[in-house]
Design a protein around this ligand. Sequence first.
Ligand code: FES
Length: 107
Amino acid sequence: MVRKEVCGTDDVPAGGMRRFEVDGKAVLMLERGGRFFALENRCSHMNGDLSKGKQKGFVVKCPRHGAEYDIRTGEVIKNVGWPLLKKAKGQGTFSVSVQDGRLFIEI
Ligand code: FES
């Protein structure tokens, strides 16, 4: 694991989310009540761009087929509904730290 700088705390909207590239990997940074979370941005189902999805509380919804993930754990809250599609597996998460107004992840 290597600690990598992602952005400033002000670069992630309060209560919102924003996508960043870190070492060629798409990372979704989210803010909730002063806490920050980081997930792999590509959906574990079929690579949907979670940064273009909807969010409510601690849940983010993929814009492609609607899988929902807990942003704190990456766990699937609601899987895709179509029986013939493979299922979402859950999102990788990254440990986030804050130092001097900057956000870092362990990657
Ligand atoms: S790609 Fe995300 S739910 Fe299908």
